[in-house]
Write a protein that binds this ligand. Structure first.
Ligand code: AMP
Length: 511
């Protein structure tokens, strides 16, 4: 049987080709028939360009239906899709193209000259064709595909063949290309579709970027596997979300989306009267946001946890208690364990390193066999690099990335514990706790705090924050330094960039 992920998805496309797949901001609709035909044309073009199964197709494009169809066409033709964040500039692009050696690079028109230069320098043995796709879904990619046939026999793939390479955000060291197989993506798609009870008539509001696992795989695969429709919006906008949600049944977002929805005065129970599921992930959802959303919208957000290297690992239950501050249970087919520094499984409730195993876990890092080996245990578990715990009821809680752990005077401090205390203070919006170099302690616990712009918030001071939490913490965990800021630096997925905070504040501590 053909294990190509596209075949699995297409099997679930509605029988009626006029059924809507993507509804655009201007009201235009891409039907499932349109998706099948357009992906057929682009798949034919990819083959006509001389690419062969296993070759890479890189795309640095805006979010459009054509961009999603390019992804589908690439896997349909047996290629390996490589989505790139449009924010990447020369230096990053040069690295990705040289590393992945794609046979086709689809870029935005404004990047054409650079794309040509870098594609020529990438050292692709058969050469790298450059085509364009703009933010309105036009360009030489579409022009070249238009004369191609609409039909295309999906190329047979084995489960272990690669479908995509996604580069990790690489906040430390070289960005690594996570190789994802057809098995990895299909397993996660089927698991989430079932676990989150996707059903006929569901309509998803899609406001996530499509160069990342969350928007491209988690959201789109659930919709395509369900053969249902999604509002396909170029980006998140709280007022727009509020106005569209009444026509939707499912919403997926990063925590920042929820924070912004709550800031929208128009957002209320009525706006989400038809929604059955709000999913959050890619970064920690604050307990306050979870609680406030419940009170305001009448919905309990379902938080899940995963990463580029394996899609989703855990999820709060669809039925049953969704616990704020936790990411729920390991998904069916995922084994998860928490180990100490010695590699032994820790007691329930204790914080340790999270390791996972399952059909969703990636094949390895592209061109980095040694690095891949280091990141897997002898018994086949992937070391996620996250720290967390599992409570007596089986709920998993994330404490943060192990590289964000603060080691002060030889003692471990988990930033989340301190962040939660600070976040609960009146007048605080949010906080990030980091370790900064300190001559005596090695690292000093440091809190970067965003205040509310009101009387209580403005009255907060560095020493006042320390005094307020001092009694609740062992002395070594109490921040030595506190910085008050207007906002925390975040990447496109809403993750706080602690590396930037460390770079910003380290020089200040060496005064
Ligand atoms: P990415 O590969 O960009 O999806 O980033 C994956 C990382 O995001 C994980 O390793 C976690 O550190 C973090 N992450 C994802 N979901 C959550 C969550 N629900 N809570 C806390 N951290 C999360």
């Amino acid at each position: 049987m053909n294990q190509n992920l596209y075949s699995l998805l297409a099997e679930h496309f509605p029988k009626n080709p006029a059924a809507p797949c993507m509804i655009l901001p201007d009201g235009r609709v891409w039907t499932y028939g349109d998706v099948g035909r357009a992906s057929g044309r682009i798949a034919n073009l990819i083959v006509a360009l001389g690419l062969e199964p296993g070759d890479r197709v890189a795309a640095q494009v805006e979010k459009t239906p054509e961009a999603l169809v390019l992804y589908l066409a690439a896997i349909r033709a047996g290629m390996v899709f490589l989505p790139l964040n449009p924010a990447y500039q020369r230096h990053e692009l040069e690295y990705f193209l040289k590393d992945a050696k794609p046979g086709l690079f689809v870029c935005r028109p404004q990047m054409r000259a650079l794309a040509d230069e870098l594609a020529a320098k990438a050292g692709v043995p058969k050469g790298c064709t450059v085509l364009e796709l703009d933010d309105a879904g036009r360009g030489s990619l579409i022009d070249a595909a238009t004369p191609q046939a609409d039909t295309f026999a999906t190329v047979a793939r084995n489960t272990s063949d690669l479908a995509a390479i996604l580069y990790t955000s690489g906040t430390t060291g070289r960005s690594k290309g996570a190789m994802l197989s057809h098995r990895n993506l299909a397993h996660n798609a089927k698991t989430l579709h079932a676990y989150w009870h996707f059903q006929p008539g569901d309509v998803l509001l899609h406001m996530l970027p499509t160069f990342h696992v969350h928007g491209l795989f988690v959201a789109c695969h659930c919709v395509l596997l369900n053969g249902s429709a999604m509002f396909f919006e170029p980006k998140f906008d709280a007022a727009r979300a509020t106005s569209l949600l009444s026509q939707c049944t499912v919403f997926m977002g990063v925590p920042t989306f929820y924070v912004r929805l709550l800031l929208d005065p128009g957002f209320d129970r009525d706006s989400c009267r038809n929604v059955r599921l709000f999913v959050s992930g890619s970064a920690p959802l604050l307990k306050e946001t979870f609680d406030e959303f419940k009170a305001r919208a009448g919905h309990t957000i379902l938080e899940r946890y995963g990463m580029t290297e394996g899609g989703m690992f855990t999820s709060n239950p669809y039925e049953g208690e969704r616990r704020g501050g936790t990411v729920g249970f390991p998904l069916p087919g995922t084994e998860l364990r928490i180990v100490g520094a010695d590699g032994a499984v820790v007691k329930p409730g204790a914080v340790g390193h999270i390791q996972v195993k399952g059909d969703n876990v990636f094949v390895g890092y592209w061109g980095m066999p040694e690095k891949t080996k280091e990141e897997f245990t002898a018994d086949g578990y992937f070391k996620t690099g996250d720290m967390g715990s599992v409570d007596a009821d089986g709920y998993v809680a994330i404490s943060g990335r192990s590289k964000d752990l603060v080691i002060t005077g030889g003692l471990n401090v988990y930033p989340k514990e301190i962040e939660e205390l600070i976040d609960a203070m009146p007048g605080v919006v949010e906080s990030a706790v980091i370790g900064l170099p300190h001559p005596d302690f090695g690292e000093a616990v440091t809190a970067v705090v965003v205040r509310q712009n009101n009387t209580v918030g403005r009255a907060l001071t560095e020493s006042g924050i320390i005094a307020a939490i001092k009694d609740s913490l062992a002395n070594f965990k109490v921040p030595k330094w506190v910085y008050l800021v207007d906002q925390l630096p975040r990447n496109a997925m809403g993750k706080v960039q602690k590396n930037i905070l460390r770079e910003t504040y380290s020089p200040m501590t060496s005064r």
